[in-house]
Design a protein. Structure first.
Length: 407
Protein backbone atom coordinates (compact mmCIF):
# COMPACT_ATOMS: atom_id res chain seq x y z
CA UNK A 1 0.00 0.00 0.00
CA UNK A 2 1.24 3.47 -0.87
CA UNK A 3 0.21 6.56 1.09
CA UNK A 4 1.72 9.80 2.13
CA UNK A 5 2.86 9.15 5.67
CA UNK A 6 1.72 11.62 8.32
CA UNK A 7 1.81 11.81 12.11
CA UNK A 8 -1.94 11.25 12.22
CA UNK A 9 -1.65 8.09 10.12
CA UNK A 10 1.23 6.79 12.22
CA UNK A 11 -0.68 7.33 15.47
CA UNK A 12 -3.64 5.39 14.01
CA UNK A 13 -1.31 2.49 13.19
CA UNK A 14 0.08 2.36 16.73
CA UNK A 15 -2.61 0.07 18.09
CA UNK A 16 -3.12 -3.71 18.11
CA UNK A 17 -4.42 -5.29 14.90
CA UNK A 18 -5.22 -8.72 13.49
CA UNK A 19 -2.35 -8.70 10.96
CA UNK A 20 0.80 -6.65 10.29
CA UNK A 21 0.42 -3.71 7.91
CA UNK A 22 3.06 -2.17 5.67
CA UNK A 23 2.77 1.24 4.00
CA UNK A 24 5.15 2.81 1.48
CA UNK A 25 5.58 6.55 1.56
CA UNK A 26 4.57 8.41 -1.60
CA UNK A 27 6.84 11.32 -0.72
CA UNK A 28 10.15 9.42 -0.48
CA UNK A 29 10.61 6.44 -2.78
CA UNK A 30 12.02 3.38 -1.00
CA UNK A 31 10.88 4.60 2.42
CA UNK A 32 7.96 3.22 4.44
CA UNK A 33 6.69 1.97 7.75
CA UNK A 34 5.45 -1.30 9.20
CA UNK A 35 2.90 -1.75 11.97
CA UNK A 36 3.06 -5.06 13.83
CA UNK A 37 0.06 -6.89 15.27
CA UNK A 38 1.03 -5.48 18.66
CA UNK A 39 0.88 -1.92 17.31
CA UNK A 40 4.63 -1.27 17.13
CA UNK A 41 5.35 1.11 14.25
CA UNK A 42 8.85 1.09 12.71
CA UNK A 43 10.37 2.92 9.75
CA UNK A 44 12.43 1.21 7.03
CA UNK A 45 14.37 2.04 3.89
CA UNK A 46 14.76 -0.42 1.01
CA UNK A 47 16.81 -0.26 -2.20
CA UNK A 48 19.06 -2.39 -4.35
CA UNK A 49 22.63 -1.06 -3.99
CA UNK A 50 24.41 -0.23 -7.23
CA UNK A 51 26.27 -3.29 -8.49
CA UNK A 52 24.18 -5.71 -6.43
CA UNK A 53 21.43 -8.07 -7.59
CA UNK A 54 19.64 -8.09 -4.21
CA UNK A 55 17.67 -5.40 -2.45
CA UNK A 56 18.67 -4.37 1.04
CA UNK A 57 16.09 -3.50 3.67
CA UNK A 58 17.23 -1.48 6.70
CA UNK A 59 15.39 -0.45 9.80
CA UNK A 60 15.53 3.31 10.30
CA UNK A 61 13.85 3.68 13.70
CA UNK A 62 10.64 3.36 15.72
CA UNK A 63 7.73 5.75 16.01
CA UNK A 64 7.20 7.85 18.14
CA UNK A 65 10.77 7.64 19.52
CA UNK A 66 11.86 8.88 16.10
CA UNK A 67 9.75 11.54 14.45
CA UNK A 68 8.52 11.20 10.87
CA UNK A 69 10.65 14.11 9.63
CA UNK A 70 13.79 12.64 11.22
CA UNK A 71 12.98 9.19 9.76
CA UNK A 72 12.57 10.65 6.24
CA UNK A 73 15.88 12.50 6.57
CA UNK A 74 17.75 9.43 7.75
CA UNK A 75 16.11 7.21 5.12
CA UNK A 76 17.13 9.62 2.31
CA UNK A 77 20.77 9.39 3.48
CA UNK A 78 20.66 5.59 3.52
CA UNK A 79 18.99 5.40 0.11
CA UNK A 80 21.58 7.74 -1.42
CA UNK A 81 24.38 5.68 0.11
CA UNK A 82 22.98 2.49 -1.43
CA UNK A 83 22.40 4.25 -4.75
CA UNK A 84 26.11 5.16 -4.78
CA UNK A 85 27.04 1.51 -4.24
CA UNK A 86 27.66 1.65 -0.51
CA UNK A 87 26.54 -0.95 2.03
CA UNK A 88 25.13 0.76 5.14
CA UNK A 89 25.12 -2.57 6.99
CA UNK A 90 28.89 -2.95 6.67
CA UNK A 91 29.42 0.69 7.61
CA UNK A 92 27.18 0.45 10.69
CA UNK A 93 28.87 -2.78 11.78
CA UNK A 94 32.27 -1.12 11.52
CA UNK A 95 31.00 1.90 13.44
CA UNK A 96 29.64 -0.40 16.14
CA UNK A 97 33.00 -2.18 16.38
CA UNK A 98 34.82 1.15 16.61
CA UNK A 99 32.42 2.40 19.29
CA UNK A 100 32.86 -0.82 21.28
CA UNK A 101 36.63 -0.55 20.98
CA UNK A 102 36.53 3.07 22.07
CA UNK A 103 34.32 2.22 25.03
CA UNK A 104 36.62 -0.65 26.01
CA UNK A 105 39.60 1.71 25.97
CA UNK A 106 38.16 4.45 28.15
CA UNK A 107 40.09 5.06 31.33
CA UNK A 108 37.17 3.72 33.36
CA UNK A 109 37.02 0.44 31.42
CA UNK A 110 40.79 -0.01 31.61
CA UNK A 111 40.75 0.75 35.33
CA UNK A 112 38.04 -1.87 35.89
CA UNK A 113 40.09 -4.41 33.94
CA UNK A 114 43.18 -3.50 35.99
CA UNK A 115 41.20 -4.03 39.22
CA UNK A 116 39.80 -7.38 38.06
CA UNK A 117 42.91 -8.84 36.41
CA UNK A 118 45.86 -7.33 38.27
CA UNK A 119 44.71 -6.46 41.76
CA UNK A 120 42.69 -9.53 42.67
CA UNK A 121 45.62 -11.41 44.19
CA UNK A 122 47.37 -8.43 45.77
CA UNK A 123 47.55 -7.99 49.53
CA UNK A 124 46.49 -4.33 49.31
CA UNK A 125 43.88 -4.91 46.59
CA UNK A 126 40.99 -3.38 48.53
CA UNK A 127 42.91 -0.26 49.44
CA UNK A 128 44.12 0.32 45.87
CA UNK A 129 40.64 -0.34 44.45
CA UNK A 130 39.05 2.18 46.81
CA UNK A 131 41.62 4.80 45.85
CA UNK A 132 41.14 4.21 42.10
CA UNK A 133 37.36 4.46 42.42
CA UNK A 134 37.55 7.56 44.62
CA UNK A 135 40.27 9.60 42.92
CA UNK A 136 40.77 8.36 39.35
CA UNK A 137 37.61 6.94 37.76
CA UNK A 138 35.35 9.93 38.61
CA UNK A 139 37.98 12.22 37.09
CA UNK A 140 38.99 10.42 33.87
CA UNK A 141 36.49 7.55 33.58
CA UNK A 142 34.76 8.62 30.35
CA UNK A 143 37.93 9.73 28.56
CA UNK A 144 39.95 7.49 26.22
CA UNK A 145 42.90 6.28 28.25
CA UNK A 146 45.27 7.56 25.57
CA UNK A 147 44.00 11.10 26.19
CA UNK A 148 45.21 11.24 29.80
CA UNK A 149 48.30 13.43 29.73
CA UNK A 150 51.22 14.16 32.00
CA UNK A 151 49.62 17.53 32.76
CA UNK A 152 46.44 15.74 33.92
CA UNK A 153 48.43 13.59 36.35
CA UNK A 154 50.37 16.59 37.68
CA UNK A 155 47.14 18.56 38.19
CA UNK A 156 45.61 15.66 40.15
CA UNK A 157 48.66 15.27 42.40
CA UNK A 158 48.89 19.04 42.96
CA UNK A 159 45.24 19.20 44.02
CA UNK A 160 45.72 16.46 46.62
CA UNK A 161 48.89 18.10 47.94
CA UNK A 162 47.06 21.44 48.17
CA UNK A 163 44.39 19.73 50.30
CA UNK A 164 47.15 18.93 52.77
CA UNK A 165 47.35 15.19 52.03
CA UNK A 166 50.90 14.66 50.85
CA UNK A 167 50.96 10.95 51.65
CA UNK A 168 47.71 10.40 49.75
CA UNK A 169 49.21 12.26 46.79
CA UNK A 170 52.24 9.99 46.95
CA UNK A 171 50.01 6.90 46.92
CA UNK A 172 47.84 8.22 44.08
CA UNK A 173 50.89 8.85 41.92
CA UNK A 174 52.24 5.38 42.71
CA UNK A 175 48.98 3.68 41.72
CA UNK A 176 48.52 5.79 38.57
CA UNK A 177 52.04 4.75 37.60
CA UNK A 178 51.25 1.09 38.29
CA UNK A 179 47.95 1.22 36.36
CA UNK A 180 49.50 2.80 33.26
CA UNK A 181 52.50 0.46 33.44
CA UNK A 182 50.01 -2.42 33.24
CA UNK A 183 47.96 -0.77 30.46
CA UNK A 184 50.71 0.38 28.05
CA UNK A 185 51.45 -3.03 26.47
CA UNK A 186 47.83 -4.21 26.61
CA UNK A 187 46.20 -1.20 24.98
CA UNK A 188 49.00 -0.29 22.58
CA UNK A 189 49.72 3.04 24.25
CA UNK A 190 52.78 4.94 23.06
CA UNK A 191 53.84 5.84 26.59
CA UNK A 192 52.54 6.35 30.12
CA UNK A 193 51.74 9.90 31.28
CA UNK A 194 53.67 9.14 34.47
CA UNK A 195 56.95 8.73 32.57
CA UNK A 196 59.61 11.17 33.77
CA UNK A 197 57.51 12.30 36.73
CA UNK A 198 59.39 12.44 40.00
CA UNK A 199 57.50 11.84 43.24
CA UNK A 200 60.07 13.92 45.08
CA UNK A 201 59.60 16.87 42.71
CA UNK A 202 55.80 16.74 42.89
CA UNK A 203 55.20 15.81 46.52
CA UNK A 204 58.52 16.32 48.27
CA UNK A 205 60.89 14.09 50.17
CA UNK A 206 59.12 11.44 52.21
CA UNK A 207 59.95 11.80 55.85
CA UNK A 208 59.96 8.46 57.67
CA UNK A 209 57.74 8.40 60.72
CA UNK A 210 59.64 8.15 63.98
CA UNK A 211 56.75 8.30 66.41
CA UNK A 212 57.19 5.88 69.31
CA UNK A 213 54.60 5.77 72.06
CA UNK A 214 56.01 6.59 75.48
CA UNK A 215 55.27 4.45 78.53
CA UNK A 216 52.89 7.15 79.73
CA UNK A 217 51.02 7.09 76.40
CA UNK A 218 50.85 3.29 76.36
CA UNK A 219 49.36 3.39 79.86
CA UNK A 220 46.84 6.03 78.79
CA UNK A 221 45.82 4.10 75.66
CA UNK A 222 45.45 0.91 77.71
CA UNK A 223 43.26 2.66 80.24
CA UNK A 224 41.17 4.19 77.43
CA UNK A 225 40.42 0.70 76.11
CA UNK A 226 38.79 -0.48 79.35
CA UNK A 227 35.06 -1.00 79.80
CA UNK A 228 32.12 -2.02 77.67
CA UNK A 229 32.14 1.19 75.63
CA UNK A 230 35.55 0.15 74.23
CA UNK A 231 34.42 -3.27 72.99
CA UNK A 232 34.85 -2.17 69.35
CA UNK A 233 38.36 -0.70 69.50
CA UNK A 234 39.68 -1.93 72.86
CA UNK A 235 40.82 -5.48 71.95
CA UNK A 236 42.11 -4.19 68.62
CA UNK A 237 44.34 -1.54 70.21
CA UNK A 238 45.59 -3.84 72.97
CA UNK A 239 46.48 -6.67 70.59
CA UNK A 240 48.34 -4.24 68.33
CA UNK A 241 50.36 -3.11 71.35
CA UNK A 242 51.14 -6.71 72.35
CA UNK A 243 51.90 -8.25 68.94
CA UNK A 244 53.31 -5.45 66.77
CA UNK A 245 51.37 -6.61 63.70
CA UNK A 246 50.03 -4.29 61.03
CA UNK A 247 46.45 -3.12 61.41
CA UNK A 248 45.17 -5.11 58.40
CA UNK A 249 46.91 -8.27 59.62
CA UNK A 250 44.84 -8.08 62.79
CA UNK A 251 41.73 -6.42 61.36
CA UNK A 252 41.14 -9.26 58.88
CA UNK A 253 42.18 -12.11 61.15
CA UNK A 254 39.80 -15.06 61.39
CA UNK A 255 39.51 -17.64 64.15
CA UNK A 256 40.91 -20.38 61.92
CA UNK A 257 44.32 -18.71 62.17
CA UNK A 258 44.52 -19.11 65.96
CA UNK A 259 45.47 -22.02 68.17
CA UNK A 260 44.82 -20.56 71.60
CA UNK A 261 45.70 -23.78 73.41
CA UNK A 262 49.16 -23.61 71.86
CA UNK A 263 49.18 -19.78 72.16
CA UNK A 264 50.01 -19.44 68.46
CA UNK A 265 48.69 -17.22 65.66
CA UNK A 266 49.66 -17.96 62.05
CA UNK A 267 48.98 -15.09 59.65
CA UNK A 268 48.59 -16.43 56.08
CA UNK A 269 50.90 -15.09 53.34
CA UNK A 270 48.08 -13.25 51.59
CA UNK A 271 48.04 -10.60 54.32
CA UNK A 272 51.81 -10.31 54.73
CA UNK A 273 54.05 -7.96 52.77
CA UNK A 274 56.62 -10.73 52.48
CA UNK A 275 54.03 -13.11 50.95
CA UNK A 276 55.11 -15.66 53.55
CA UNK A 277 53.19 -16.90 56.59
CA UNK A 278 54.06 -15.17 59.85
CA UNK A 279 53.90 -17.09 63.14
CA UNK A 280 53.16 -14.95 66.19
CA UNK A 281 53.69 -16.68 69.54
CA UNK A 282 51.02 -15.21 71.79
CA UNK A 283 51.76 -13.99 75.29
CA UNK A 284 49.36 -14.99 78.08
CA UNK A 285 47.95 -11.44 78.03
CA UNK A 286 47.17 -11.73 74.31
CA UNK A 287 45.56 -15.15 74.75
CA UNK A 288 43.41 -13.80 77.59
CA UNK A 289 42.16 -10.95 75.39
CA UNK A 290 41.36 -13.33 72.53
CA UNK A 291 39.52 -15.77 74.80
CA UNK A 292 37.31 -12.91 75.99
CA UNK A 293 36.08 -12.19 72.45
CA UNK A 294 32.87 -13.75 71.08
CA UNK A 295 33.42 -16.47 68.52
CA UNK A 296 31.78 -16.33 65.12
CA UNK A 297 32.31 -17.04 61.45
CA UNK A 298 33.58 -13.58 60.60
CA UNK A 299 36.63 -11.64 61.64
CA UNK A 300 38.02 -11.95 65.14
CA UNK A 301 37.69 -8.23 65.87
CA UNK A 302 34.04 -7.18 65.73
CA UNK A 303 32.93 -9.97 63.41
CA UNK A 304 33.14 -7.72 60.34
CA UNK A 305 35.81 -5.59 58.71
CA UNK A 306 36.85 -2.99 61.29
CA UNK A 307 36.74 0.65 60.21
CA UNK A 308 40.22 1.74 61.26
CA UNK A 309 39.56 5.48 61.09
CA UNK A 310 36.31 5.27 63.06
CA UNK A 311 37.91 3.07 65.73
CA UNK A 312 40.86 5.46 66.05
CA UNK A 313 38.52 8.46 66.32
CA UNK A 314 36.57 6.83 69.17
CA UNK A 315 39.75 5.82 70.97
CA UNK A 316 41.24 9.32 70.64
CA UNK A 317 38.07 10.83 72.10
CA UNK A 318 38.28 8.48 75.09
CA UNK A 319 41.98 9.25 75.55
CA UNK A 320 41.29 12.98 75.57
CA UNK A 321 38.53 12.54 78.16
CA UNK A 322 41.03 10.79 80.44
CA UNK A 323 43.72 13.34 79.72
CA UNK A 324 42.03 16.49 80.94
CA UNK A 325 40.33 17.07 77.60
CA UNK A 326 43.65 17.19 75.75
CA UNK A 327 44.64 14.63 73.09
CA UNK A 328 48.08 13.09 73.11
CA UNK A 329 50.51 13.97 70.33
CA UNK A 330 49.20 12.87 66.91
CA UNK A 331 49.68 9.15 66.36
CA UNK A 332 48.53 6.41 64.01
CA UNK A 333 47.89 2.69 64.40
CA UNK A 334 51.25 1.85 62.82
CA UNK A 335 53.00 3.64 65.68
CA UNK A 336 52.02 0.68 67.89
CA UNK A 337 54.10 -1.57 65.64
CA UNK A 338 57.09 0.78 65.81
CA UNK A 339 56.70 1.02 69.58
CA UNK A 340 56.77 -2.78 69.94
CA UNK A 341 59.89 -3.06 67.79
CA UNK A 342 61.65 -0.27 69.70
CA UNK A 343 60.53 -1.73 73.01
CA UNK A 344 62.00 -5.14 72.14
CA UNK A 345 65.36 -3.49 71.59
CA UNK A 346 65.07 -1.65 74.89
CA UNK A 347 64.53 -5.01 76.59
CA UNK A 348 67.70 -6.42 75.04
CA UNK A 349 66.13 -8.63 72.38
CA UNK A 350 68.61 -9.57 69.66
CA UNK A 351 67.97 -7.45 66.54
CA UNK A 352 67.31 -10.41 64.24
CA UNK A 353 64.79 -11.86 66.72
CA UNK A 354 63.05 -8.49 67.10
CA UNK A 355 62.79 -8.22 63.32
CA UNK A 356 61.33 -11.71 63.04
CA UNK A 357 58.82 -10.85 65.78
CA UNK A 358 57.25 -8.17 63.56
CA UNK A 359 57.32 -10.33 60.44
CA UNK A 360 60.43 -9.00 58.73
CA UNK A 361 62.55 -11.57 56.93
CA UNK A 362 66.18 -12.21 57.73
CA UNK A 363 68.57 -10.17 55.60
CA UNK A 364 70.82 -11.36 52.84
CA UNK A 365 72.21 -14.88 52.88
CA UNK A 366 70.69 -15.59 56.29
CA UNK A 367 67.36 -15.92 54.50
CA UNK A 368 68.81 -18.63 52.26
CA UNK A 369 70.92 -20.63 54.69
CA UNK A 370 69.42 -20.10 58.14
CA UNK A 371 66.02 -21.77 57.97
CA UNK A 372 65.48 -21.97 61.72
CA UNK A 373 62.12 -20.39 62.63
CA UNK A 374 63.20 -19.01 66.05
CA UNK A 375 59.67 -19.57 67.42
CA UNK A 376 60.94 -20.20 70.95
CA UNK A 377 63.09 -17.08 70.86
CA UNK A 378 60.17 -15.04 69.53
CA UNK A 379 57.91 -16.36 72.28
CA UNK A 380 60.46 -15.33 74.91
CA UNK A 381 60.63 -11.84 73.35
CA UNK A 382 56.85 -11.42 73.20
CA UNK A 383 56.44 -12.62 76.78
CA UNK A 384 59.12 -10.17 77.94
CA UNK A 385 57.39 -7.34 76.07
CA UNK A 386 53.97 -8.27 77.50
CA UNK A 387 55.48 -8.30 81.01
CA UNK A 388 56.91 -4.85 80.34
CA UNK A 389 53.49 -3.58 79.16
CA UNK A 390 51.90 -5.08 82.26
CA UNK A 391 54.37 -3.19 84.48
CA UNK A 392 53.41 -0.01 82.64
CA UNK A 393 49.63 -0.44 82.82
CA UNK A 394 49.57 -2.08 86.25
CA UNK A 395 52.69 -0.72 87.97
CA UNK A 396 53.84 -2.40 91.20
CA UNK A 397 52.77 -0.79 94.42
CA UNK A 398 54.75 2.36 95.01
CA UNK A 399 55.56 2.83 91.31
CA UNK A 400 53.32 5.30 89.45
CA UNK A 401 53.27 5.96 85.72
CA UNK A 402 51.78 9.46 85.35
CA UNK A 403 49.03 9.69 82.74
CA UNK A 404 49.64 13.42 82.33
CA UNK A 405 53.07 14.97 81.86
CA UNK A 406 54.58 16.71 84.84
CA UNK A 407 54.23 20.49 84.91
Amino acid sequence: MKRTLSDRLLRSLARPRTAPQEIWDQQVRGFGCRASKQGIVSFFAMRRPRGSDKSVRLKVGDFPTMSLSEARQRARALLVEMQDGGDPRARMAEEARAAAAEKASTFGAVAEAFIARHLASKRTARHIERLIRRELIPRWGERPISSVTRADVIALVDEIVDRGHSESARLVLAYVRRLFGWAVPRYDLQHAPTDHLSTTDLVGVKKPRQRVLSDREIALIWRATEGTEATYYGPFARLLLLTGVRRTELGRATWTEFDLDAAMWTIPPGRMKSDEPHVVPLSPMAVEILRSLPRGRGYVIGGTQIHYGRAKHRLDARIASLHGGKPILPWVWHDCRRSVRTGLSRLGTAPHIAELCIGHRQPGLHRTYDLHKFDAEKRHAFNAWAAHVLRIVEPPEGVVVPLRPAT
